[in-house]
Design a protein around this ligand. Structure first.
Ligand code: URP
Ligand code: ZN
Ligand code: ZN
Length: 462
């Protein structure tokens, strides 16, 4: 089955060019000057006036994640389908080690959950929540199994939290086996005290979630994680960075030549603590950790994306329904399941940065696709349109407009964090490994099309 995508502007992280793209089977076979391909394709996609870009890679999602006594609402099927609707053709989700269990049994469990259910390709990171001799040894086996990124938590004492000593041990192991430690950097010990004080004083509304997790405690934890990484020589990737103080710590380390990388998420660029403060428990829709910040942080984050101190935009997609799930924390904000939906809107929202002059087109592609591909060991199979690459391709209409809404999105969650937001740009057609999974006629994908990606090591280091 061959496909010719003709008449479009092909984007990469380094430039844009008028070109036609030829796909044969699952791969790109040629990128040629307009109208120069002599062959006859089975299917021709007219991309006139549109961008043709490598499919998005969302390196931070949580499908069916156990959290706070419930599970995030998207299954691997619904979540990967929604991702594709938004122009994302690869996700890297998190397998979650429960305390007292092994990493390899955890990995088996996540393979069972995702296998045969994903509409697009997927990989796994491993959440390490129980550091012991067995776990440390198993980290090597995870690397061999293509899961070489290990998320640890300085937040959530009693749940996912690791002590500084445990983090140090895991970093030493990652230093030895080529893995990368991903860090949820918030000072959970201090935060828990602030949370207990708020509850005792009767301050129980969702906005307290933000007020008890001040940006200084993200900045402090980020700095501490960076120092532990420096002592051990391990590479470090800060996940869901939200605060200017944390960005400053990352920038200092990078200027020093340390292998520290960071991602932010659309919610920190577009939403704020004012959303957490919405009345009638509406703020619960916006409870995620780190919390939404004052708007003053947003300019620093956009700047960080330009300077590459923030190299990746992921979503931290972790949806919980407002009715039934967020409800668990009515009367006690600390019981609201942490997380927000977003996997469907990342490409569109970051494109607003292009529309608004914050980012170039090339940088849009770089932070949403090419850098995640390199960071998570998938390049050049993913993250670029070039001969030999997987034909994960998005045809994007830069002039179309759309209004984001729960009534039209495809995520399995009963609200949109961006309800009513009018934006410019829209996904037109998406190919996943050469299969047109959606176009203007609708959905043509299928659960089970997505394959597990055994990933190479971080390509910025190896
Ligand atoms: N971010 C969040 O609130 N929920 C998902 C788990 C995590 O990434 O910490
Ligand atoms: Zn986290
Ligand atoms: Zn997360």
């Amino acid at each position: 089955m061959s496909i010719l995508i003709k008449g479009g502007t092909v984007l990469s992280s380094t430039g844009s060019v008028a070109a036609d793209v030829v796909v044969d089977g699952e791969r790109v076979t040629a990128v040629v000057a307009p109208d120069s391909w002599p062959g006859n394709a089975d299917t021709v996609i007219d991309a006139t006036g549109k961008y043709v870009l490598p499919g998005g890679i969302d390196g931070h999602t949580h499908m069916e994640m156990p959290f706070g006594g419930t599970f995030s609402a998207d299954t691997f099927e619904t979540g990967t389908t929604a991702a594709a609707w938004g122009g994302t053709t690869t996700i890297v989700d998190f397998a979650v080690q429960a305390k007292g269990t092994s990493l390899l049994s955890t990995l088996d469990k996540w393979h069972e959950k995702a296998g045969g259910n994903c509409a697009i390709d997927y990989g796994f990171h491993m959440i390490v929540s129980d550091v012991n001799d067995g776990t440390l040894k198993e980290m090597d086996a995870c690397v061999d199994a293509g899961v070489n990124t290990f998320k640890m938590f300085m937040a959530y004492p009693g749940v996912f939290y690791s002590t500084d000593g445990e983090i140090l041990l895991a970093m030493q192991r990652a230093r030895a086996n080529g893995g990368t430690i991903m860090m949820h950097a918030e000072n959970g010990i201090a935060i828990d005290q602030l949370v207990a004080q708020a509850i005792a004083a009767g301050r129980t509304d969702p906005v307290q979630h933000g007020l008890t997790r001040p940006p200084e405690l993200e900045g402090e934890a980020t700095h501490r994680a960076i120092q532990l990484a420096k002592v051990t020589g391990a590479p470090l990737y800060i996940v869901h960075l939200s605060a200017a103080q944390a960005l400053e710590a990352v920038a200092v380390a990078r200027n020093d030549g340390q292998n520290v990388f960071a991602e932010t998420c659309p919610q920190y660029l577009f939403l704020s603590i004012e959303d957490l403060a919405r009345p009638d428990f509406e703020g619960a829709k916006f409870v995620a950790s780190p919390p939404l910040r004052e708007k003053s942080h947003q300019g620093a984050l956009w700047q960080g994306l330009r300077t590459n101190d923030l190299s990746v935009v992921s979503t931290d997609h972790c949806p919980f329904c407002f009715v039934e799930q967020k409800e668990l924390g009515r009367g006690d904000f600390s019981k609201i399941p942490n997380g927000m939906p977003g996997v469907e809107h990342r490409m569109d929202l970051i494109y607003q940065g292009v529309v608004g002059g914050e980012l170039t087109l090339q940088r849009w592609v770089e932070v949403t696709s090419t850098t995640p591909a390199r960071m998570f060991g998938l390049y050049p199979r993913k993250g670029v349109i070039a001969p030999g690459s997987d034909a994960d391709i998005v045809v994007y209409d830069p002039k179309a407009t759309q209004t984001l809404s729960a009534s039209t999105h495809h995520m399995n969650v009963d609200y949109s964090a961006y309800e009513g937001l009018e934006i410019t740009g829209r996904v037109d057609t998406v190919l996943s490994r050469g299969r047109v999974v959606l176009d203007r006629d609708g959905w043509h994908g299928a659960k089970g099309h997505g394959r597990f990606l055994s990933r190479e090591l971080n390509q910025y280091l190896n």
